[in-house]
Design a protein around this ligand. Sequence first.
Ligand code: 9MR
Length: 365
Amino acid sequence: MAAAFLAPAVARAGTSDIPALKDVFRDHFKIGMAVDPWVAVEPPARDILIKHASSITACEVMKPDPMGVAADIYSFGDADALVDFARSHGIAVRGHTLCWHKRASDWFFAGDPADAAYASRVQARLETYVVNVVSHFRGKVYAWDVVNEAAADSGADVGGGAYRDSRWHQVLGPDYIDIAFRAARAADPAVQLFLNDYGLEKPDKRQRFMTILDEKLKRGVPVDGVGHQLHLSIGSTTAADIEPALAAVEARGLVSHVTELDISVYGDPASCWDTPPAGCQPEILPGSAAYDAALKAQADMYRSLFDLFTAHKSVTSVTTWGVADDQTWLDAYPIMRKNYPLLFDAQGKPKPAFRAVADTTHPAE
Ligand code: 9MR
């Protein structure tokens, strides 16, 4: 009798009785995690994804490198495996990403730039790649990050312009974005097409991004929404900083996806990011008072962000960049140092951040 009475309390410390995030946010947005196929099928990610996710993004395997091996040679195996895993568990798939200044294989740019036909050859390779990839996943992917990180980080790029000085921009100018979006739309009339970027919570970066977006919308480029990456650190950003970015997207009649959310537990100064390891905070270890304090601050921040997301009908998908703290890109960036940026700990147990997010009874602060 006593044991039966105690059982629920014991279970609460684990994962069996916690609510599923996909149920908590069913009336608001799809919710999910970025993961790769070999991570998705192993603990702790597997059980978390199956229970909580209504959306999955491929961390790496849907990027041009590795998916586009050479002109007209594709490697879809890993991406197909992730899509199959997701579909077998009723999870929708976000595609990431078709055109980026990173992971853009050299074969796209092969040839002599002095040749009069060079730019049109690069354009044709981009169009062919986008059409073939989007066609391959037609009906299986609900949204694509068509172009990733097009906006310049500082006004110094491209003579103070809005566009990042990427290889794509150098060869094709701002039209590379039109080309990629139009090719994606031609290949799948139903998939949602996104311009994805980071730092939109910062007014100057947001202004450059919106300049690009407005130029594209004016030209009838089929952009359906904006992806807000949201790689944040505790203390770095408030919901009030992010709200104007959501409002700017709404004002243009588009939807927002939160595409890469994570919250580093290190409140590093800019010097750490600009010239690591200058000023980078020392590693925090689980079990320490610093760890507990960081997880509490992180939970408060996650809570206020989710209060913001649920308050905006235009937010139709929210993704964390990783599943659990055992695997995160922030372990190696900006320096090698264990980080704990997600909703589940390295063992897959819900963190204070999970409970803060799942507890939707909490009033917005
Ligand atoms: O997390 C990803 C990391 O493992 C890869 O090495 C890197 C390069 O492909 O990409 C990382 O993901 C990035 C994402 O694709 C775009 N926004 C920033 C993400 C973190 O760097």
